[in-house]
Design a protein around this ligand. Structure first.
Ligand code: G6P
Length: 476
């Protein structure tokens, strides 16, 4: 069922701006999400004619789709017109868990770790058929919702095939595809079976524009097109770059609300003071428990710091927030367990009655994340690969007294922030330990100056600009 006739602007993504869950009393509760797309889209203003097409992700969402036919109640979406697709749960699981998160995410983040991975067998082909069906459901919904000549912004690796399918249904539309992930270099991308690699690229090339967070990922995409499809980007698709920055106004206001102050007080108490009475130093990380975030090597680097630089023992605490993610996948569950195990091991090896070396928290709490950002002396952002990494951009914006940033050279954010960060090779545990030492030892004045420079660069492209620039680039 169409939300409305003929929207001028459409956004398509797997996860929408709202999700539904049952409360204990059995009522269906809408919960609005955050992120770059939500605040980016708000920049077009409430009167703009826009529809967001997304998928139902859980039972609560499916119930909401049953009740509304898919056109969600705008009072529950912050006024945003949303069409939520009630895709068959089995098809969604194959497309999202099977292909998007276990294959395409792994390829772009170069995560396969054993000689036995990946496996492209019959089961993969079955899941791929679901991925095609899932992409087609989006293409059909977008084709129904879009006005003549409308602009459609298709998001991410979940929807790599949708632009080509939509082009076939509605040649009049202006279509953009945006990748929020890194893009793999051809030698890794070509792990995919040749026909699948060609479909992924060809799907995105159905758009007028294929856009990426950094030049590096855009170039890798172009290289893959040359390697898989032959020289030249066929079909006249333009390749663009739109960096996404932190939302300074929102963050600064949100980070100074009373709930954040309360959590700072709790954290300060947990962190405590060194034997000489001075407050302990704090190394903070905030991530989803995501394989690409490299949390385990971060903990091992911290352990190496305590081992090789005993002067830091009892004088520093590693506050690690590792929020559960994609727990339907066994490999994510195992990784979460490994993060917990190593944190406990460090605590039992080095901890004292007055000092817990690692404060690991796994319950998602945005206010507490902001509290940690404000009081951190050092932020550890060491992903194996990352499209951008907004934590690296958010910390300097809200830091109270300056925070040294230890940043992986493989994060997209490094292109903009590298000059004022302490750069690490994410695989090098010894190098990361040395970087933590350097960051902890940075004089306060230098730390404050660098934080200022980082914040200026981190906020240069706020989500509203990022979104409007993409729309403007489709006008041609
Ligand atoms: C991160 C990535 C996005 C991706 C999203 C999916 O935010 O940067 O590229 O779309 O994760 O996460 P989900 O929890 O929906 O699987």
């Amino acid at each position: 069922m169409a939300v409305t006739q003929g929207a001028r602007i459409l956004v398509a993504s797997n996860r929408g701006p709202v999700s539904y869950a049952r409360t204990e009393t059995g009522a269906l509760m809408a919960r609005r999400g955050g992120g770059g797309l939500v605040s980016g889209l708000s920049a077009i203003g409430p009167d703009a004619d826009a529809v967001w097409v997304c998928s139902a992700l859980g039972d609560g969402d499916r119930e909401a789709v049953r009740r509304t036919g898919g056109a969600l109640d705008p009072s529950e979406t912050g006024g945003q017109r949303v069409r939520m697709l009630g895709i068959d749960p089995g098809v969604h699981a194959d497309a999202y868990n099977g292909i998007a998160n276990s294959v395409l995410w792994f390829v772009h983040h170069m995560l396969y770790q054993t000689p036995l991975e990946p496996v492209f067998d019959k089961e993969f082909r079955r899941q791929w058929a679901s991925y095609e069906a899932y992409n087609r459901a989006f293409a059909e919904a977008l084709a129904q919702e879009a006005a003549e000549g409308a602009a459609v912004l298709v998001q991410d690796y979940h929807l790599a095939l949708t632009p080509r399918m939509l082009r076939g249904l509605r040649p009049d539309l202006r279509i953009g595809h945006f990748s929020h992930t890194p893009w793999a270099p051809p030698e890794y991308f070509r792990l995919l079976p040749d026909d699948i690699a060609a479909q992924v690229l060809g799907g995105i090339l159905g758009a007028d524009r294929a856009a990426f967070l950094t030049r590096r990922w855009a170039d890798a995409f172009t290289d893959c097109c040359h390697a898989v499809l032959g020289p030249g980007i066929p079909s006249g698709t333009r390749v663009g770059v739109h960096g996404l920055g932190a939302d300074a106004d929102f963050l600064r206001e949100r980070a100074h609300r009373p709930d954040v102050d309360e959590r700072m007080a709790v954290l300060r108490k947990q962190i405590g003071s060194a034997p000489d009475g001075t407050p302990r130093r704090t190394i903070v990380r905030v991530d989803r428990t995501e394989l690409s975030k490299n949390i385990v090597r971060g903990l091992l680097a911290y352990e190496e710091l305590l081992q090789s630089r005993p002067e830091w023992r009892e004088r520093v605490v590693h506050v690690a927030f590792a929020y559960p993610s994609r727990q339907d996948l066994a490999v994510y569950r195992a990784y979460t367990a490994e993060v917990r195990r190593i944190a406990e091991e460090i605590n039992s090896r080095y901890g004292t009655p007055d000092w817990t070396p690692v404060e690991l928290h796994v319950k998602d709490d945005f206010a507490r994340s902001l509290a940690a950002y404000r009081l951190a002396d050092v932020a550890l952002v060491n992903p194996i690969r990352d499209g951008m990494n907004l934590v690296a951009k958010e910390v300097p914006v809200v830091s109270d007294e300056g925070c040294a940033l230890v940043l992986s050279r493989e994060a997209g954010a490094h292109e903009e922030l590298g000059d004022d960060a302490v750069t690490v090779n994410p695989y090098d545990i010894g190098g990361t330990a040395a970087a933590l030492h350097e960051a902890l030892s940075m004089p306060a004045k230098e730390r404050a100056e660098r934080t200022k420079a980082l914040a200026a660069r981190a906020t240069a492209l706020p989500p509203g600009r990022w979104f409007l620039d993409q729309l403007a680039a489709l006008e041609v």
